[in-house]
Design a protein around this ligand. Structure first.
Ligand SMILES: [Zn+2]
Length: 95
């Protein structure tokens, strides 16, 4: 049948390869732990903006590589900065 030919034979294998690649990837080190930063300064706009994307969203831990403790402190710092208009809640230029 023509339908059976349409199925992609390598689709499943690709997924498996991706998973294996993720496991082999080097583990990221938390930047705050590395530099022994105990407090995350909410006034430091340049540092905070490094952990937000172009739209102003906070980059998740699995991408930024932060540890749980520092990611928590970072999110509160970013949210504080947003209230003080240091950081943007949402950028309108990306729509
Ligand atoms: Zn950390």
């Amino acid at each position: 049948m023509a339908f059976q030919k349409r199925t992609r034979p390598g689709a499943r294998d690709d997924k498996k390869k991706k998973k294996g690649g993720l496991k082999l990837r080097k583990r990221k080190i938390c930047r705050f732990c590395e530099n022994h930063i105990k407090r995350v300064d909410y006034k430091d706009e340049r540092m905070l903006s490094r952990f937000t994307n172009e739209r102003g969203k906070i980059i998740p831990r699995r991408i930024s590589g932060n540890c749980a403790r520092h990611q928590r402190k970072l999110t509160t710092a970013i949210k504080r900065a947003r209230v003080l208009a240091i950081l943007a809640f949402e950028s309108e230029s990306f729509r």
